[in-house]
Design a protein around this ligand. Structure first.
Ligand code: KIV
Length: 269
């Protein structure tokens, strides 16, 4: 297994596709500030996401819905200042991509002011994805559990357990790739569905609660550091357990992803 070594060069989507083709796992984490970004980068994690999860873990909101574009831009600027090598992408927040032109305006701001290399949006917005890709905006899709839809869903639950729903997610993944997306995140879906999707796509598929067969894994940084009160989702693991520093916990996570030691069946559905 050949890990990407620090070369001073910032990774591109082409490097991530090369990792998929070489069968090497892609390790990803969220970050929201320059200090954690620099640490994650130093460890060698390949992708940093400025997720709208910042609404919950930074701002103490009960969902990602209140997060604004300006807040994502602010945290993206902090993160991009801290990293050297990692590929950086950020979420388009709730209600910031409801039409092609609004999505274009907001994605451009996120790239120009936030400095990110790709924007992520939830769901099957094929016309929006095609339009953004045509305008030169790299896109990461997001299927399975869609946290921005929590007020329609009512609860954070696994998606695709029923065959009909699984087939719909599978078909949506194909459409998102055909629309030109460069990456896909699958959140909280059965491992067997995630494996089927990962094998069917050319673009890298990154899982969170989607089993070990995805091309890579992502976790919310504060979850993997065991921060926060209350019941944790099944798919997370506290890597601070047994680690003597935050840096070593992040190294352990990186190693576990690279060696397919995380997630195990305990963190999968
Ligand atoms: O907002 C976020 O952190 C995310 C990850 C959970 C994938 O979308």
């Amino acid at each position: 297994m050949k890990y990407i070594q620090h070369s001073g060069k910032t990774l591109s989507i082409v490097d991530l596709i090369a990792l998929k083709q070489a069968g090497e796992k892609i390790s990803c984490l969220t970050a929201y500030d320059a200090s954690f970004s620099a640490l994650i980068d130093k460890v060698g994690i390949e992708v940093i996401l400025i997720g709208d999860s910042l609404g919950m873990v930074i701002q103490g909101q009960s969902s990602t819905v209140p997060v604004t574009l300006d807040e994502i831009i602010y945290h993206s600027r902090c993160v991009t200042r801290g990293r050297k090598q990692a590929f950086v992408m950020a979420d388009l927040p709730f209600s910031s991509y409801y039409s092609k032109t609004i999505a274009m305006e907001n994605a451009a701001k996120l790239m120009q002011q936030g400095g990110v290399q790709m924007v992520k949006l939830e769901g099957t917005r094929i016309a929006v994805i095609e339009f953004l890709v045509d305008q030169g905006i790299p896109i990461c899709g997001h299927l399975g559990l869609l946290p921005q839809s929590i007020n329609q869903l009512g609860a954070y639950k696994v998606k695709g357990k029923e065959q009909q729903e699984a087939d719909k997610i599978f078909e949506d993944a194909q459409k998102i790739e055909q629309a030109g997306a460069g990456l896909l995140i699958l959140e909280c879906v059965p491992s067997v569905l995630a494996k089927r999707i990962t094998e069917s796509l050319q673009i890298p598929v990154i899982g969170i609660g989607a089993g070990v067969d995805c091309d890579g894994q992502i976790l919310v940084l504060y979850d993997m550091l065991g921060l926060g009160e209350g019941k944790r989702p099944r798919f997370t693991q506290n890597f601070m357990e047994g680690a003597d520093s935050i840096e070593n916990a992040i190294k352990h996570y990186h190693y576990a992803v690279k060696k397919s030691l995380f997630p195990t069946f305990k963190q999968s559905y």
